[in-house]
Ligand binder design. Structure first.
Ligand code: HEM
Ligand SMILES: *[C@@H]1O[C@H](CO)[C@@H](O)[C@H](O)[C@H]1NC(C)=O
Ligand SMILES: *[C@@H]1O[C@H](CO)[C@@H](O)[C@H](O)[C@H]1NC(C)=O
Ligand SMILES: CC(=O)N[C@H]1CO[C@H](CO)[C@@H](O)[C@@H]1O
Length: 539
């Protein structure tokens, strides 16, 4: 008994000492912070900083107000009076995105994602490991493979279209559907089939919810609810030993995913063995097999080859990164088409002019108006509205627009100290008036026919925007989701007409990693996009 008490006492004692040291370090950091001279909003509370204001506002709106007041580079306060740097300055962003050895994903992000995928997934890999994995995995996401996947995109898009048509027939001339839920099922089926030859049967309403899908919804509902406790666990490793909300459910879900991951890996190995002789043909069964084949290529040095554990970790990685992001992107695209009926009609005319029901990837990509609409949707409704980075070394961050240090001195750089957290406001950059012009906040596909020179300085991997990020950590699946979105819009908009089922101003966005639509009078229902759909009369 005494021993137990003693152990508890010393454990509690060391934890308290440890906590105290961290706290003093935190205070010291803040009082010596090199960001003190940056402009920024006042902090209403020592404990919460500006955190509550940020949580209470939808999206990036509050940031934009601040940018108006304090300029493109500023600081604000987070929990426990810690300072965060915020910048939409293109030169600074480019520096951060390309110097991946200085600016890494924050510990909280890595810890949370590893809880889901197990260590070794591409999303949490850094430095040499990341470089090696990208080298092996990039070919799996290349155009040749994507061309093959396009058939699956169309099969699933058509399946969804036919379900909606049958609902129209069942409900009379017009059906009310929740586009968000259906598109989420569709993109899950797509990533299952194309990712690892696994059928979630998510579009099959009559079958039971499959166990991997169930495991995933648990993860999504508990692991991605960012709470102050979780932030504390991310900042202070010792706290992770204590229980967290939903921790048990997440662990159970992880075990299910692990078991299925192992099974998918061995199926993939068997498939590669069976097709091993004909290595000259590109066999695009699925992403997992593709990257395993690429891993076996003789020009990959031995120390860079992927282990079983790493390959298994890509299964949840692809689901997390590729499923909700693409479904929300397409959901917002349908929303935009209901708000801009002329765009919807013009797009439909272009799609109807295509003589086939199932175009190739090249035919799909050569439709000019479809391309403009997809670009504008991804700019205007970037599914991932922001991300962040931590400096792992001291650095000088160059600025294209200087700030005033409060003593009348203009400064064209920010001194960054190790440990500094930086917010990368993807959506705000996409929507900046300084970069896009006065009509930045209007939805206008035609802007892409001639975009201003200023946006060429945005360091994004695709289309002069940060929607898919940029630099070595840019989204590996961006071509994949663009073709998937195009296939979906092709099938759906050709056959159906879309209207919003509620007044336009009732649709609001709420973010937990991805931003989803909600109906403001029914927030408790969760994310949804209620649409009225009817068959397009071809007269
Ligand atoms: C519209 C759809 C999508 C959007 C908006 C999107 C956006 C992003 C963004 C912003 C990042 C960078 C996050 C950061 O580093 O903080 C990212 C990374 C990533 N995305 Fe996507 N993504 C989409 C679709 C996909 C798909 C379909 C896949 C895979 C099948 C995918 C796989 C990944 C992976 C693995 C990473 C990590 C890359 C690395 O760190 O090297 N994404 N994505
Ligand atoms: C918060 O930190 C700043 C330095 O970044 C310091 O000047 C300020 O006094 C601190 N606020 C409180 C309430 O301690
Ligand atoms: C990657 O390739 C190496 C060499 O061929 C092999 O030993 C290793 O098992 C492969 N990894 C996977 C997950 O198949
Ligand atoms: C649709 C949307 O989210 N719009 C917001 C984007 O961000 C700007 C600030 O950059 C806001 O003012 C918009 O309301």
């Amino acid at each position: 008994m005494l021993v137990v008490l003693q152990v508890l006492f010393t454990a509690g004692g060391s934890l308290a000492v440890y906590g105290f040291i961290l706290f003093v370090r935190l205070l010291y950091r803040e009082y010596t912070s090199t960001l003190r001279n940056l402009p920024g909003p006042p902090s209403p509370s020592w404990f919460f900083g500006n955190f509550k204001q940020i949580q209470a506002t939808e999206n990036a709106i509050f940031y934009d107000k601040w940018v108006g007041e304090y300029g493109p580079t500023m600081r604000f306060k987070f929990l426990l009076n810690t300072t965060r740097l915020y910048t939409i300055d293109p030169k600074a962003l480019s520096h951060i995105l390309h110097n991946t050895h200085i600016y890494e994903k924050p510990e909280l992000t890595i810890w949370n994602m590893n809880r889901i995928s197990g260590p070794g997934g591409l999303f949490t890999a850094e430095r040499d490991k990341h470089k090696a994995q990208r080298r092996i995995m990039n070919p799996a996401f290349g155009p040749a493979q994507l061309r093959e996947f396009t058939k699956t995109f169309f099969e699933k898009s058509d399946e969804l279209r036919d379900i909606w048509i049958s609902q129209i027939e069942a409900q009379g001339n017009v059906a009310r559907i929740d586009a968000m839920a259906w598109l989420s099922r569709m993109t899950l089926d797509v990533i299952g089939t194309t990712g690892f030859n696994y059928d979630f049967h998510a579009l099959k309403t009559d079958s039971d919810v499959n166990e991997l899908r169930q495991a995933f919804s648990i993860i999504f509902n508990s692991a991605f609810r960012i709470t102050p406790w979780m932030i504390a666990q991310g900042m202070i490793p010792a706290f992770r030993l204590l229980p967290s909300a939903g921790g048990a459910a997440v662990r159970t879900a992880r075990r299910t995913m692990d078991r299925i991951g192992k099974q998918l890996l061995s199926e993939s190995k068997a498939f590669l063995k069976a097709t091993g002789e004909k290595t000259d043909t590109i066999d695009t069964r699925d992403l997992l097999s593709l990257l395993m084949r690429s891993n076996m290529s003789t020009d990959i040095p031995e120390n860079q080859q992927m282990s079983d554990e790493e390959v298994i970790a890509q299964v949840p990685t692809f689901i997390v990164a590729g499923h909700e992001s693409t479904s929300t992107a397409t959901t917002w695209a349908l929303y935009a088409l209901t708000q801009h009926k002329a765009v919807q009609e013009k797009l439909r005319q272009e799609l109807l002019s295509v003589p086939t029901e199932m175009p190739t990837m090249e035919e799909l990509n050569s439709l000019p108006y479809l391309d403009l609409v997809v670009r504008e949707c991804l700019r205007f409704h970037a599914p991932v509205p922001s991300t962040s980075r931590t400096a792992v070394k001291d650095d000088i961050l160059p600025l294209s627009i200087p700030f005033n240090d409060g003593n009348g001195k203009e400064c064209n750089y920010v001194r960054i100290t190790k440990g500094q957290l930086i917010v990368i406001p993807i959506l705000a950059v996409n929507l900046s008036k300084a970069l896009w012009g006065e009509d930045a906040l209007e939805f206008k596909p035609e802007r892409w026919e001639k975009i201003p020179d200023t946006v060429s300085s945005i360091p994004g991997v695709w289309g002069s925007m940060l929607t898919f990020f940029g630099g070595p950590h840019a989204c590996i699946g961006y071509r994949f989701s663009i073709v998937e979105m195009k296939a979906l819009l092709f099938s759906l908009v050709r056959a159906l007409e879309f209207d919003l089922a509620v007044p336009g101003e009732e649709i609001v966005a709420r973010t937990s990693i991805v931003q989803r639509p909600y109906v403001s009078s029914h927030l408790e229902v969760g994310s949804q996009l209620p649409l009225l759909i009817k068959l397009h009369s071809k007269t």
